[in-house]
Write a protein that binds this ligand. Structure first.
Ligand code: PMP
Length: 434
């Protein structure tokens, strides 16, 4: 594999940016080696600065439900750029997208656009605190909610679930207002609500946790979260930054029939441009400035280019029933891959939910929490990752990231991928037996 240009770029990048990257996972730390630098992309294909082509299963970590540079999205963006790209004033583009979402997503009665998933979560948490007059937030191990200070925490060893910071620069006083609990554990949640009676503002969860592998939860558990939060006067926040508009138009809330009080979106909602959003119950959203006392603002919020990209993306997804049709493609790919894996008797399995796939090494049940992830996950994934690169397949460079299928992975390409993966698995088998 020729990486000369990527290596040169990486050398230079390390001189001007920490670790040579602008987001940590891009640095290939968990797989080792030099990160590939890409110069262009179309559909499901990437082209590296070295001139190598790859089929892309990372898809920018999720925004590109339609693949790179979908023609409809491109046309909307080009048209918008010909008119304006930011006003810092009221405009009809965010209005069109907001109206469409409120019309199509039953639990979103009112919403506010921001510029990233992190910002959406940060704002939703502030709103939950402002609206309830309470300070503590419950989050779960195995869920990621962006780099919000109060959620960049891990379970502490002391008091029931009180967190310690998971990053330098997050003060212990901020961390201590977050309670981190094992996901799926109803009793732990009951105990936390007992111990911190009338102190918990919200429970936040990725209803389909997809940041530490794909840790599918039971609907029953999501229903339990709804019941206990309602009973205790706390809010339920669904972080659907990955799952929103991808697993169903209304995300996991629609699938589970559990109505959160607030929901956060990112990724697909901007069609590949920097857009985030939080929304939900109108009475809660009315607490946000300028209607209410919870302050939140943004120079580029509702950026028209992102708005038209998101609008074109969501309209196409709905009009062409892409979620359902993409699921069929994903099912067929997973079925073939599983048969290859079985043929080569590899210690590898695939967890799948619609267009999300996760290669995991757990030989028992499919992991539903961190403790069920196999200790050999990182090693097996490293082998998979590099064999994939050899076959021209680019996966997100960590065994804890999921793979994303896009609408640009058409039927022909799925067949091509099946053949490439077969070679990948054969090579992994050779490695394991040597
Ligand atoms: N929440 C979830 C569930 C996410 O997956 C992510 C990003 N992976 C975020 C929040 C943060 O979004 P962003 O990277 O756009 O800030």
């Amino acid at each position: 594999m020729n990486l000369t240009q990527s290596e040169e770029c990486f050398q230079r990048a390390q001189l001007v940016s920490p670790g040579g990257v602008h987001s940590p996972v891009r640095a290939f730390k968990s797989v080792g080696g030099t990160p590939i630098f890409f110069k262009e992309a179309l559909g499901a294909r990437l082209v590296s600065v070295d001139g190598q082509e790859y089929i892309d299963f990372c898809q920018s970590f999720g925004p590109l439900m339609l693949g790179h540079r979908d023609p409809e999205v491109a046309a909307a963006v080009e048209k918008m750029i010909g008119k304006a790209w930011t006003f810092g004033a009221c405009e009809p583009y965010s209005l069109a997208l907001a109206e469409w979402i409120v019309e199509n997503i039953a639990h979103v009665e009112s919403l506010r656009f921001v510029s990233s998933g992190t910002e959406a979560v940060m704002s939703a948490v502030r709103l939950a605190r402002g609206a309830t007059g309470r300070n503590r937030i419950i989050k779960f191990e195995g869920c990621y909610h962006g780099h919000v200070d109060s959620l960049l925490v891990k379970a502490g060893s002391g008091l029931a679930g009180v967190a310690s910071s998971d990053s330098a620069g997050v003060s212990q006083s901020v961390a201590s207002e977050t309670i981190v609990l094992p996901i799926g554990d109803e009793e732990a949640l009951e105990k936390a609500f007992e111990r911190y009676k009338n102190e918990i503002a919200a429970v936040i969860i990725e209803p389909l946790p997809a940041n530490f592998g794909l840790l599918k939860q039971d609907n029953r558990y999501l229903k339990f979260l709804r019941e206990i939060t309602t009973r205790e006067g706390a809010l339920l926040i669904f972080d659907e930054v990955i799952s929103g508009f991808r697993v169903a138009l209304g995300g996991m809330a629609e699938i589970s029939e559990v109505k959160p009080d607030l929901v956060t979106y990112g990724k697909v909602i901007g069609g590949g441009f920097p857009v985030g959003c939080y929304g939900g119950r109108k009475d809660l959203m009315e607490q946000v400035a300028p209607s209410g006392p919870v302050y939140q603002a943004g120079t580029l919020s509702g950026n028209p280019v992102g708005m038209v990209a998101g609008f074109a993306t969501l309209q196409k997804i709905k009009r062409e029933s892409i979620i359902e049709r993409l699921r069929v493609r994903a099912d067929s790919l997973v079925e073939v891959l599983e048969s290859h894996i079985a043929h080569y008797e590899l210690p590898l399995k695939i967890a799948q939910f619609g267009s999300l796939m996760w290669f995991h090494a757990s030989d028992k049940k499919e992991p539903q929490n961190l403790s069920e992830i196999s200790p050999s996950q990182a090693d097996i994934f490293r082998s998979l990752f590099y064999k994939c690169l050899d076959q021209g397949i680019y996966l997100a460079p960590s065994g804890y990231e999921v793979s994303f299928l896009s609408w640009a992975h058409d039927e022909k390409l799925i067949i091509d991928c099946s053949l490439r993966f077969k070679k990948v698995f054969a090579a992994m088998k050779d490695d394991l037996s040597s």
